[in-house]
Ligand binder design. Structure first.
Ligand code: HEC
Ligand code: HEC
Length: 301
């Protein structure tokens, strides 16, 4: 009986021991990972609140004036004299706002108020026009305009990007020109395909007459310098007439760089467009008189 009681007691003790032992080891491993997390989080929470309280002053003006944007960008080509910006603002408060001034950060940036000072009643809106003079400027030009009101100050930003002059691409174009000529020699209709179409086909869209000539014919025939194998259309030796122009435009000339423009021949121009070119060219480039080949009387000299 004792022997039985012994093991029972032993089991009971083991159960008690097991129940007691688990609690002890867990506390040991858990503490190490736990502390770093709590320590890391509190400071983050502590840092976030102080940040918002900082800009309460600007927020007040933001509750008064609503802007379509407070920063605007414009990209212009090289040589553009001025960049223009318009900022729209609305008084979203229930009282008046007086805009006393709008001043650019340089002499080159001038902001214009409708009147000065400018009283903007509750709910009303208007515009501030900003002009940036680009003389002597290049690249990206950021400027600010400080708008001063009786309710606070607002900073607007205008950034003008001036594209570089078109000069640098010249050497690249020269290389392209040579390889384009090779491509066109292999297939004179190549000009209407792929990337070539961007310059040689797309500009024809919706155009007629002189505009069409400048867009699709002039690119080769009026090029400066004109490639040696491209004819000077203002110095054609043989007599010309409507039929001459129509045939050249419609069919071009196989084995040369002169493509066939008629849609029926794989070209890009409609009959109406070809007709308009024929009318234009017949008038603009008068035919030369036939060369005096039929003058037998000169023989007996
Ligand atoms: C970025 C516009 C542009 C693209 C793209 C373009 N061309 Fe041209 N192409 C021109 C201009 C401009 C000329 C007039 C000559 C010059 O100024 O280089 C020309 C002239 C030509 C000429 C007449 C020969 C000469 O050198 O004047 C041929 C042929 C020609 N291009 C074929 C092609 C082919 C083929 C492609 C496509 C692989 C192509 N082009 C793509 C603008 C372009
Ligand atoms: C891709 C360049 C290119 C384009 C675009 C182009 N031409 Fe041509 N054209 C040529 C070349 C090259 C020749 C010379 C063909 C030859 O060797 O006989 C030529 C020749 C001509 C001729 C014959 C001139 C002569 O001396 O007898 C006429 C006319 C003509 N083109 C009109 C046009 C008209 C009109 C257009 C526009 C619809 C046009 N070309 C567009 C390259 C072009």
């Amino acid at each position: 009986m004792l022997a039985v009681a012994g093991p029972l007691t032993g089991e009971a003790q083991l159960i008690i021991t097991n129940a007691l032992t688990p609690p002890t080891p867990p506390p040991m491993p858990t503490p190490p990972p736990m502390p770093p997390l709590p320590i890391a989080t509190p400071p983050a929470i502590a840092l976030q609140p102080p940040a918002p309280p900082a800009p309460p002053a600007p927020q007040n003006l933001d509750l008064v004036l609503a802007w379509d944007a407070t920063a605007k960008q414009v990209t212009v080509t090289n040589g553009t004299p001025e960049a223009h910006y318009t900022f729209s603002l609305t008084n979203i408060s229930s009282g008046d706002v007086t805009i006393n001034s709008a001043v650019g950060s340089c002499g080159c940036t001038v902001a214009r108020l409708p009147v000065q000072p400018w009283l903007l009643g509750a709910g009303s809106n208007g515009q501030i026009n900003v002009t940036m003079n680009l003389a002597g400027k290049s690249g990206t030009v950021p400027k600010t305009v400080t708008v001063s009101t009786d309710k606070g100050v607002k900073m607007l930003t205008v950034t003008t990007t001036i594209l570089p002059p078109a000069a640098p691409p010249a050497p690249a174009m020269a290389m392209d020109r040579e390889s384009n000529q090779k491509l066109a020699l292999a297939d004179r209709q190549a000009v209407f395909k792929g990337d070539c179409a961007r310059c040689h086909a797309a500009p024809a869209a919706g155009k007629l007459g002189v505009e069409l000539y400048q867009a699709v014919c002039g690119v080769c025939h009026e090029a400066n310098p004109r490639a040696s194998m491209v004819s000077d259309l203002h110095a054609i030796k043989e007599p010309t007439n409507a039929e001459f122009w129509k045939n050249w435009i419609t069919q071009g000339k196989p084995g040369t760089l002169m493509p066939a423009f008629a849609q029926a021949q794989g070209g890009i121009l409609s009959d109406e467009q070809i007709g308009s070119l024929v009318i234009y060219l017949t008038a603009a480039i008068p035919s030369r008189p036939a060369p005096p080949v039929l003058k037998p009387p000169t023989g007996p000299n």
